[in-house]
Design a protein around this ligand. Structure first.
Ligand code: ATP
Ligand code: MG
Length: 445
């Protein structure tokens, strides 16, 4: 807080202007009309999730830090450098703004013994927080939609989740999204691969960067995910995890692919796709576009059959994905998607303040019938000229203006003027019937 200025500013002199506050870097305000695109996307998601019988869950934004350290893995980008963590000022508990949604969901599932009566299909939407370098498609507060299936181990739910995401792109009208698929196998297979991988990387220790060296023994698989061009050839010649998979893992992978094939979903196998969190096993996948530069992954996910147990629950398999809302919207914009109109149906022009009580009552009747009505609001010193009111009405995007002039009101009427077809003629409508008129008209608005 700034110092009170009262004492310092002499009487009659203007106090210095308060310093302007700005938001936190990498955390965005989403204002109208931009927010209409978000609401539209959210509505599309809700509709689609309902058709797949996925239920909504709403979880806390703050979780114990230990949940992410244990769940995501200590040697991950997120836990090592991206978390917003702080101490509870009363009890000293270590807390973190959620960087992703899966760990919190699993915590809730375990806490409420929620899989007791069987598996669950759920989705969530909301803000996530990561301390990254802000750039296009990469923010410190960003938003995810996540879909997760808990308690089912079969490849059919992996495929169902991929179909769901694929359907969403179709429904949103997104093009240029490709699907990459891999299998990380099971822990024992990863262990055998890990030994071979470390041996390979040790042979090329001189080309490894500092981060890779640090991860060589703690998380060598993540080194395959490097974006460092100097390390590409050593990474490309590394032993492939896919070659270490046993029969059961291969069968699971083959089944997922067969179901995608049967549904006409194209994909490519990327043996180096490992994903950022430690908790994945078997199927992992990403939906990627080339149209957003290096922030091209719009959605990623996979199976995490051991996470529930790791968080202290009774072992149960699970699989899920999360998409980045900002990246999806950015890609839509890139494709020239027009955006969503949220204009009111009618704009109420109110020449004199005396007409306000009646006008407001009529507008309430319109709204009760589902008509979107915007009321002209004055400056506090009257309603403003007719000219300025009509200007506002035009720019509101409404199709009709209702003019609550004194003359019309004296005859229990209101003037109706079309705002779309040029100099539309003005006519009158009775105050008793104007709401039903607007309502029946609404289907053509
Ligand atoms: P990246 O490799 O781009 O850092 P990630 O692997 O860290 O992505 P996930 O943890 O898999 O991302 O999160 C799922 C999705 O959330 C990503 O595919 C992306 O669309 C989105 N996402 C992740 N981090 C950010 C961020 N900082 N800003 C905006 N969107 C993000
Ligand atoms: Mg990341």
């Amino acid at each position: 807080m700034s110092e009170p200025l009262k004492d310092k500013a002499p009487q009659g002199e203007k106090a210095p202007k308060a310093q302007k506050l700005v938001g936190v870097k990498g955390m965005n305000d989403i204002l109208a009309p931009e927010s209409a695109r978000w609401e539209w996307l959210e509505a599309q998601v809700r509709g689609l999730m309902a058709r797949y019988a996925y239920r909504n869950v709403r979880l806390p934004i703050v979780e114990p830090t230990a949940l992410f350290v244990r769940g995501l893995g200590e040697v991950t980008d997120i836990v090592e450098k991206e978390m917003y963590s702080f101490e509870d000022r009363l009890n000293g508990e270590q807390l973190t703004l959620r960087p992703e949604g899966t760990a919190g969901l699993v915590r809730a599932v375990v806490e409420h013994n929620w899989l007791y009566e069987g598996g669950k299909r759920v989705y969530y939407m909301g803000p996530m927080f990561r301390h990254e370098r802000p750039q296009r498609g990469r923010y410190r507060q960003f938003h995810q939609v996540g879909a997760e299936v808990l308690g089912f181990g079969g490849p059919e739910v992996d495929a169902e989740l991929i179909l769901l995401a694929h359907d969403l792109w179709k429904q949103l009208g997104l093009h240029d999204v490709r699907l990459e698929l891999n299998s990380l196998g099971q822990p024992a297979e990863r262990q055998a691969h890990r030994v071979a991988l470390i041996a390979h990387l040790e042979k090329h220790i001189d080309v490894l960067d500092e981060e890779a060296k640090r991860r060589l023994h703690s998380n060598p698989l993540r080194i395959l995910d490097t974006k460092n061009p100097a390390m590409q050839s050593v990474v490309e010649s590394a032993p492939r995890l896919l070659d270490f998979l046993g029969e059961a893992s291969m069968a699971h992978f083959a089944a997922v692919k067969a179901m995608l094939d049967a549904n006409g979903v194209a994909y490519s196998i990327n043996p180096r796709l490992v994903r950022g969190m430690d908790y994945y096993n078997l199927t992992v996948f990403e939906f990627i576009t080339t149209r957003l530069g290096s922030q091209g992954t719009i959605c990623g996910g996979g199976r995490y059959d051991y996470l529930i147990e790791q968080v202290g629950g009774k072992p149960a398999p699970a699989v899920g994905w999360a998409l980045g809302v900002e990246r999806v919207l950015e890609l839509l914009k890139e494709q020239g998607e027009a955006g969503q109109a949220v204009d009111p149906d009618v704009y109420a022009i109110i020449p004199e303040t005396a007409a306000l009580p009646v006008a407001m009552r009529v507008l309430q009747e319109l709204r009760a019938l589902g008509v979107s009505a915007q009321m002209h609001a004055g400056s506090g010193e009257g309603m403003g000229s007719m000219k300025s009111q009509f200007k506002k009405a035009d720019s509101s995007g409404a199709r009709y203006a209702l003019v609550f002039g004194a003359e019309e009101l004296a005859q229990d009427q209101v003037a109706v003027k079309s705002l779309r077809d040029g100099a539309g003629a003005q006519r009158s409508e009775s105050l008793q019937t104007v709401a039903t008129w607007a309502h029946t008209l609404q289907s053509t608005l």
